[in-house]
Design a protein. Structure first.
Length: 123
């Protein structure tokens, strides 16, 4: 039983389609890597934050700063410093503090410019 493969126009079209899809995969991968490299090398602040929030997020302003609600002050003891901040999706800013007493986390309500909750971490 001798089986022969046809080398007609259908096979050539299939080969051209496979090569074309391979080229598209390579080009798409290179574009994806290029976009990732560009976004990493040119970071943008999170959308929807006022400039005061960008400054508080560590982009160069001193704490306390003037915002749309006036001067925002945490009223913490001397020696306190901010060790981290994370914005929550529900309009809260979690501020991690240390020094000046036990470590603590403050949940700051951005919409109302007030402390919503305070968590004190004791050993």
């Amino acid at each position: 039983m001798d089986v022969q493969l046809s080398k007609g126009p259908g096979s050539r079209a299939l080969l051209a389609a496979v090569i074309g899809m391979g080229v598209l995969l390579v080009v798409g991968s290179l574009v994806l890597v290029g976009v990732l490299v560009h976004r990493i090398s040119h970071p943008h602040p999170a959308p929807g934050l006022p400039e005061a929030d960008h400054a508080a997020a560590g982009l160069g302003a001193a704490w306390p700063f003037e915002g749309p609600h006036g001067q925002l002050t945490l009223n913490e003891p001397p020696g306190t410093h901010i060790t981290g901040m994370t914005r929550q999706g529900n309009g809260l800013l979690a501020v991690s503090l240390s020094g000046g007493g036990p470590d603590r986390v403050i949940l700051w309500d951005l919409a109302h410019a007030r402390v919503a909750a305070r968590l004190v971490l004791t050993p």
